[in-house]
Ligand binder design. Sequence first.
Ligand SMILES: [Zn+2]
Length: 162
Amino acid sequence: IKKLRKPRQSRRTRKDEYDHDEVDNPVIDESVLSAKELLGLQQAEERLKRDYIYRLKKQPRSYPSAKYTCKLCDVLIESVAFAHKHIKDKRHKKILKEKQEEQLLTALPPPTPSQIQAICVAIENVVQEFGLNNEDLEERLNIKTVMENLLRQKLPGICNLF
Ligand SMILES: [Zn+2]
């Protein structure tokens, strides 16, 4: 005996508005394409993936002619041609650039020993040039003592602060 499935709830509450209402048809019927056309389509889609554009798994009911989605911009796209147009879009390009920079930074390899050494040399040079030597330190301590004595004289109650 086949179990009857409960009717779907009319409105599922899901965050992604493109997902909550969809039809089970594939968005592109590959069976009607020639081998050559299919290859061309696959190559075009591979290229679009670099721009975070993917073929939809299911047809959105709200936008039945949509075939692709740009994950960066969260938009639906009707065809490869429109997708090519979309990847030239200024806003898309900007988001893509940010995404790529973010990935580059998270995938950054640890520094090599020669890089670490170079950084140490650079820091030592800065310390040599701008750091305090013992004379500077002594001079500053002297200034502090002079100031302290002066304040103690002028403002007797202040000594608790030192
Ligand atoms: Zn986009």
